[in-house]
Design a protein. Structure first.
Length: 100
């Protein structure tokens, strides 16, 4: 899925311009772009938007983007905390969760 990551600004622009409500995969793509750029605040805001609109629940990729963002921002303790929080949503971490 990382092959589909684009620049964060482009991802956010695509989410805003879409005439149809964004799909979870589109939110995840935007969050992955922010995560790769080490922008945890932007990942969190996108996740809040996704959940706040009530149409999507975060999935494994959503949480992995958030974990990667904290890891890439030099915040390993926060990344580890999200591994524990994702279980509260009923999602089990995978190898990507632990190696971000």
């Amino acid at each position: 899925w990382l092959r589909r990551v684009v620049e964060p600004s482009v991802s956010q622009l695509l989410l805003r311009r879409s005439k149809a409500p964004p799909r979870r995969s589109e939110y995840n793509r935007a969050m992955a772009a922010y995560g790769a750029a080490g922008l945890p605040h932007e990942v969190m805001e996108t996740l809040r938007t996704m959940v706040g609109e009530g149409e999507h629940r975060p999935d494994l990729r959503s949480f992995n983007a958030l974990i990667a963002a904290h890891a890439n921002a030099g915040q390993p303790d926060r990344a580890a905390a999200w591994i524990h929080r994702m279980r509260g949503w009923g999602i089990e971490p995978d190898a990507c969760s632990y190696t971000s």
